[in-house]
Every structure is written in structure tokens, then in C-alpha cells.
Design a protein around this ligand. Sequence first.
Ligand SMILES: NC(=O)c1ccc[n+]([C@@H]2O[C@H](COP(=O)([O-])OP(=O)(O)OC[C@H]3O[C@@H](n4cnc5c(N)ncnc54)[C@H](OP(=O)(O)O)[C@@H]3O)[C@@H](O)[C@H]2O)c1
Length: 232
Amino acid sequence: MGGKLLIILTGASGGIGGDLIPSLAEVDSLIGIYNNANPPTRDLKNVSLQKLNLLEPGEIEDFISTRKSELTRVTVLHFAAASIDGLVASYSESDWDHVLNVNLKAAFLLNKALLPLMMRDKWGRIVHISSYVARNGRVGTLPYSTSKAGLIGMSRTIAKEYGRFNITANVLTLGYFNSGLTQNLKEEDRNRILAQIPSKKFGDIGNISNAIIFLMRSDYVNGAEVQIDGGI
Ligand SMILES: NC(=O)c1ccc[n+]([C@@H]2O[C@H](COP(=O)([O-])OP(=O)(O)OC[C@H]3O[C@@H](n4cnc5c(N)ncnc54)[C@H](OP(=O)(O)O)[C@@H]3O)[C@@H](O)[C@H]2O)c1
């Protein structure tokens, strides 16, 4: 890909984010961001971990200023997310605020802090992580599905504003994966979901890392939504 690249991956302590670290660290250096849970220790020479609450703009600013010399030709992968289920008519305002803040506002704050560095380098890759429920909806997922749909608009607007700096912003729209929350599904729920997936299986982590590497290598896929969902 030419020149030193750096991947910033949020949600490094999450199921999918954590599982992606080994394959992405083969591409180049990676900073894994977590908030509360310690990510599994990764004895990989290219990987460092950073504790950072993405809802605190001051913590983001400190992170950028402390590690500025490392932050060249950055790809940011927004895997951090929150989800609190409930039906619309009884949904709590504070839960709505929390999910929207983690899933949308945190992405805005981190993008805002990184874009000046990307413009300086005339190189940047932003990858937002959406879900098939953004387009399909699912009972009980009000702020989650709403925020995941919002990321599509955020990507397209960033693509239009910053494309001329060789900065791309795209969305991966994920279905069900053999990682993270799906590991806790009851057998009957798992079978019900599998019946709806044309590919008749949950996705492997390699499907996501391949798409990320493709987006890192392309300077002309911009504002796109890449569905990785087995056709659900
Ligand atoms: N699992 C699936 O099948 C699936 C399907 C569709 C889409 N997705 C999307 O894929 C991504 C990863 O999913 P997952 O299942 O791996 O999620 P997960 O296991 O629930 O992990 C969520 C991550 O978000 C981090 N986080 C939450 N609040 C934060 C904050 N304020 N500051 C910094 N980090 C914060 C958590 O950090 P701490 O734990 O350290 O607090 C954790 O690392 C999410 O965007 C999700 O919406 C997943």
C-alpha cells in the first residue's frame, strides 16, 4: 500500500473488534481502543492498546495530542457500539441518549479529531460499522437501528466534504457473525435466524477483515455501503 499506515480500531474489547486484531495487525500497526473491559492480551508487536472513553471529547483530544507522532496515514474503524433493547412507546430517554451517543456522537467526535491529520497527510480511511437492522428494522432495537442508519448519512457527507483530500468514508453493514453477542444466542433463536440467511451460516471474521483491507486499498470506493450479511 506504500508508506506507513496506522489502524485505529475502536471496540477492541468487543467480540468482533477483538477478533479482528490479529489479522489487521498483519497489515500494519494498530491501536486498539477500549473503555472498560480489558481486551484480551495480544502479544503482537504491531499492536498497542489505549483506554479511552469516546464520549469524552477531552480524552479524545489528549489521545490525539499524546500519540500525534504515530498518527500518520490513519484508517479508523468504528467498532465501538452500545445497544439497549426496548419498545418505542416505553423507551427511556436516557437509554436513547446513551445508545445514540456511543453509536453516532462518538464516531463524529473521533472523526472530527482525526480529519485534520488525514487532510495533512492527504490520506485517510474512515470505516463505520452498521447493521442490517438499519435498513430492515427489528423489534426492540429503536436507538440501535436508528443510529446505525445515521452512520450511512455520516459516511456519505464526509465522503462529499473530504474526498478531495484522498479521504474515503464507507460503511460496512453487517449481518450475523460467529463472534460477539451472537455467541450467547439460544439454540432455537440461532436456528430461526439461520433459516432467514440465504448463505445458511453466520459470517466469519475473515469476511470483515477482507472488506476492511479492500477499503484501505481503494481510493475510489467512497461513500459506499458494503453489505456483509450472507444475503439476509
Ligand atoms: N455481533 C454481531 O453479529 C454484529 C452484527 C451487526 C453489527 N455489529 C456491529 O459490530 C460492532 C462490534 O459488535 P460486537 O458484537 O463485537 O460489540 P460488543 O462486543 O458489544 O463491543 C462493544 C465495544 O464498544 C466499546 N464501547 C462502548 N462504549 C464505549 C465508549 N463510551 N468508549 C469507548 N468504547 C466504548 C466497548 O468497550 P468496553 O467493553 O471496554 O466498555 C466494546 O469494546 C458494533 O458496531 C456492532 O453494532 C455486530
